[in-house]
Write a protein that binds this ligand. Sequence first.
Ligand code: ZN
Length: 121
Amino acid sequence: MFIWLVIWILSIVIATRVAANRGNSEGWAFFWAVLFGPLGVVIALVLPRNERKLEDEALSSGEYKKCPHCAEIIKSEALVCRYCGRELTMPDVTQPHTGSVFKSDEVALEQKASKHISFRD
Ligand SMILES: [Zn+2]
């Protein structure tokens, strides 16, 4: 009796995890697993992946971006698309803002220093 309780609870946990990983409703997976136990896991595995939701989640995580040439999902750091092989220009928005501020400060200091030297001459 106790072993079935463990199997049922494990089935519910696994079914909801599988559903989440495949972009499907965790609520429905929970429902099926409560009703059918291990069969709920099978249902979660058999249901087709929700590619649209997985795509949206990947894009919103910031870890992935859409290739502007072929519209496939690729890693944010990618410089070449793995699907169409075309080069991607890196937008500056991925760079931390403070980095550019420090760089411009450095340039300003260098300019001040060179001006100071030229005044002295
Ligand atoms: Zn591409």
